[in-house]
Design a protein around this ligand. Structure first.
Ligand code: GLN
Length: 545
């Protein structure tokens, strides 16, 4: 029988529920428990695909093309469980299905209501992951206990254990113990109150994980246990980690969270082998080199907007025993202050994915700066299209060359829409999405991947316009990767440059802390070489240490 772990959050948002859920997934997998991960998001968008990254952070894309919440990125980086469309549901998606059924007459004359119809649909979405080879489904409920919009989800998970029996599910609640600097103490009251809110709904948490800045005393743990009605071995502390988020699973393992979960759910009490993970943390804490990478994008103010990119750069850093420092640059600022002023001294330049007009000229200037100064360049999705526009304008003499997305009237649409995209009316879920096969020709990418056929995840509407391929290649920008059957350009490189690779897809969705993505790995290796050859501030700091 498949069992369930439901993870809720209380007191404040942004407690790191996704990270905690992913850590639990990792610990269980390392004990041989076969898991699935799932996130239920209370907002009304059908998926986050049309949301502004400043609202929601990055849109994380799965192999099957589902556009999901960024927490699924944590799940995939930490765990090996396959992720599909059944791993992320929003209120919007739940209601979409209910309204479809209502129009189809499937409710047979009933009044359609939050209870039981919405809660039943939520329970069905959890059930979608049940399978004979799944021991436990870890379901994270987005939002904070006490929010109006998360109520139906909490009600559904309450009913779930009632329906399936007391041993089928564990409730884990993540809370905060705020630290009052003035009095130098942690406070437990908000945790008590948030557990009280859960109990009002009828959910008694089995395990409490308390986020805090400083270690609580034994006495305090006893008090939390008593007031929240949670046995003492179920009160855990997740103190802020010193160096890296990848310490979180180790912190929880040290308090035997995985043991407690396995005992409660009736799984054999084996040991989790985390030696590679310990080595990972050790390597992160003791880098031998340092590089500085410029990220020239549009949503620089919010780390979550490029979450997977920063993580992938860090993974590549671990592989190269290198601390990767980020120089985050608003691309619009490059338009005002010039590339030289903002980019001088970096060891690599990365232009991330993006949409729309704002900041495009700054990104083009960044690509030009990388090309002309022979600084390693890595373009991701829009960052690839940007490199094409730059070469078209500055090396092919195609004045006004642009992407049709940015300038629909451009005389040279070097990036344009395929006919099938022109027919699409809706914005949600209509891009080229998900894993696609790409055949590689000799070049940096083939060197990095070491195999001629790869699969990578896409999320874009516009494409490299093949009408300009000959001209661009004559100018040194060669296509080294093409869609296996559709022959769309997926990778471009410069042969007259130490490392200039840009891809139409999103490699950042396939990097893991213990298995850096080959292109990120090679980009950081190239940045390191650049630093060694040209110096630069960050590298010499490392040398002096
Ligand atoms: N805006 C571009 C397109 O739609 C690039 C998308 C992206 O970077 N994800 O093709």
């Amino acid at each position: 029988m498949t069992k369930h772990i439901f993870i809720t959050g209380g007191v404040v948002s942004s407690l790191g529920k996704g990270l905690t859920a992913a850590s639990i997934g990792l610990l269980l997998e390392r004990r041989g428990v076969r898991i699935r991960m799932q996130k239920l998001d209370p907002y009304l968008n059908v998926d986050p695909g049309t949301m502004n990254p400043y609202q929601h952070g990055e849109v994380y894309v799965l192999d099957d093309g589902t556009e999901t919440d960024l927490d699924l990125g944590h799940y995939e980086r930490f765990c090996n469980a396959p992720m599909t469309r059944a791993c992320n549901f929003t209120t919007g998606r739940i209601y979409q299905e209910i309204l479809r059924k209502e129009r189809a007459g499937e409710y047979l004359g009933q009044t359609v209501q939050v209870i039981p119809h919405v809660t039943d649909e939520i329970k069905r979405s959890i059930d979608q992951l049940i399978a004979p080879d799944v021991d436990v489904i870890i379901t994270e409920i987005g939002g904070t206990v006490g929010d109006i919009e998360s109520l139906p989800f909490l009600e559904a998970i309450r009913q779930y254990r009632l329906d399936k029996g007391p041993d089928c599910a564990l409730y884990i609640h993540l809370t905060l113990l705020p630290y009052l600097r003035a009095t130098g103490e942690l406070k437990t009251k908000p945790t008590q109150q948030s557990v009280g809110k859960l109990r009002e709904i009828g959910i008694q948490p089995d395990i409490l994980i308390c986020r805090c800045e400083v270690e609580p005393t034994e006495d305090m743990r006893r008090k939390i246990s008593l007031f929240c009605n949670v046995p003492k071995d179920g009160v855990l502390v997740e103190k802020d980690v010193d160096h890296t988020i990848y310490e979180v699973p180790l912190v929880l393992r040290d308090q035997d969270l995985d043991g407690t979960i396995c005992r409660r759910l009736g799984f054999p009490d084996t040991k989790a082998d985390l030696s590679d993970w310990e080595k990972l943390v050790e390597n992160i804490c003791h880098p031998q080199h340092e590089v500085e990478i410029a990220i020239a994008g549009k949503y620089i103010g919010l780390h979550d907007a490029y979450k997977s990119i920063y993580e992938s750069l860090a993974h590549a850093g671990v592989r190269n025993r290198t601390l990767v420092k980020f120089r985050k640059i608003e691309s619009e600022q490059i338009e005002d202050e010039g590339a030289e002023r903002l980019l001088a001294g970096v060891h690599g330049i990365l232009v991330p994915g993006g949409f729309g007009k704002r900041g495009v000229e700054g990104k083009i200037a960044a690509a030009r700066f990388a090309r002309e100064h022979k600084i390693p360049y890595f373009g991701l999705c829009f960052g690839m299209q940007i490199a094409v526009i730059e070469t078209a304008r500055n090396l092919c003499g195609l004045k006004g060359a642009n992407s049709a997305e940015v300038d629909p009237q451009t005389p040279h649409p070097v990036i344009s829409l395929l006919d099938e995209q022109k027919k699409k009316v809706d914005l949600g879920g209509t891009m080229r999405l998900g894993s696609q096969p790409c055949a590689l020709k000799p070049g940096r990418a083939l060197e990095a991947y070491g195999t001629p056929l790869i699969r990578e995840r896409h999320r874009h509407r516009y494409e490299f316009n093949p009408a300009y391929k000959a001209q661009l290649e004559a100018a040194g920008l060669v296509v080294t990767g093409e869609h296996e059957s559709l022959h769309l350009a997926e990778i471009i490189e410069r042969r007259d440059h130490p490392w200039f690779v840009a891809v139409q897809y999103h490699p950042e969705f396939k990097s893991k802390p213990t298995a850096a993505h080959p292109l990120f790995d090679q980009f950081i290796a190239a940045a390191l070489r650049h630093g060694q050859e040209h110096g630069g501030q960050a590298a010499s700091h490392a040398a002096a240490r």
